[in-house]
Design a protein around this ligand. Sequence first.
Ligand code: ATP
Length: 226
Amino acid sequence: MSPTRPLAVFGGTFDPVHVGHLRAAWEAAEALGAEVFLVPAKVPPHRSQPVASAARRAAMLRAALAGQDRLQLDLRELDRDGPSYTFDTLASFRAQIGVQRPLMLLIGADAFSGLVEWHRWRELFELAHVCILTRPGQIPAVPEDLAAQVAARAAVSAQTLRTTPAGRMFNIAVTALGISATRIRNLLANGGDPRWLVPQALLEDPALLAPYRKFRDPGPASSDSR
Ligand code: ATP
């Protein structure tokens, strides 16, 4: 880890990781000048549990991230028992990097609109900046409580985030890629081929996507609080 560059955390279930995750994380790394860590959840709180095991989801991420060093894999949530709360993860990164280095939480706009259900959500701002990955022209609909935080904490530029350790909010417009893990799981369950929706490395090792080939999603995933 570099001691001065902002560090950004992109958490998720990654069941499986797909090109929508990777492209959004890549563009955020560029926009923020940050070192980005993808952090798979062991036990995502308040949503259906992943189909693939934590070890396999980590293996898919490892394969996906090979050959570049802008996005990195961090497995600290897999070492903790109980729900994988983002608050605990950010506290752990903060303890590691000290109080001065900018820390950023990256969240897709869909997940962000449910932030008020997350464990200790108000305290997340004491630990990190919150960056919302939005599609161009899309303003996420948020409850009143969260809208007040957005208004009070909005930063005008990425530079503001780079010069303070935590507490601001920022929108990053990323390329709109209408890909979800749910769609990929359903495609695989129905015998489809997710070519060019997932990184090529996932297709090259047939074992990686095997758990999904037997699985049919029962319906929309529940809310994405963590
Ligand atoms: P599922 O369909 O199982 O709910 P998902 O594709 O939304 O999965 P997650 O692992 O739950 O993936 O998401 C991790 C993070 O990535 C969340 O912040 C989510 O908003 C964001 N994300 C997911 N898909 C995209 C996408 N296509 N573009 C930008 N961000 C995305």
